[in-house]
Ligand binder design. Sequence first.
Ligand code: MG
Length: 209
Amino acid sequence: MKAVLFDLDGTLHDRNATAQHWLEGHVQRFDLPPTYAARFLELDDFGYRPKSEVMPLLVREFGLAYPAQALLDDFSAHFMAAPVPMPHAHAVLAQLRERGLRIGVVTNGWPEVQTACLEGCGLMALVDDVVISKVVGLSKPDPAIYRLALQRLGVTAANTLFVGDSPRNDIIGPQAVGLRTAFLPTGHALSGEKPDAVLGDLRDVLTLA
Ligand SMILES: [Mg+2]
């Protein structure tokens, strides 16, 4: 292996932990009912459902006195205030670098948010390149975004591993361009996809690369 490409949310960034942390403050700030946090996480679907859909649903379901926009503003202002890195992320990236591997991130999202996430997690200095969908005008699982990431790192699919938590974006997509894949089960479960490896935690990447 010459390089490893990582997804960000649910892979290098422990989005579930960040969400729990944000929800604690959010529930206090708005004095929300006890079951609100669990319902938010359900509707949020590991971040795949837009918050512009989630918040109006919550306002209606819980009969809240706040406009959905107030909840949305709180999400925008506070969610990425203290992002939590995935356990072992720092150590694994440092070790891969020590071995001379190139490291890239390929993530769907907005540059301000994903950059704040990488910086907040203290991971920016440990990666060689970051490909963000809204910057490059391509998003996973479009094969072109994986090819672009490979080209920018100066490596080929044959000697690169893709690590992520989305069966669609991080297994099916990368496999279509010939990448080997490792699945980190922190989000949606596999439903027939066949990654080359299923990780117990990020440290298992060291045995594959
Ligand atoms: Mg992800």
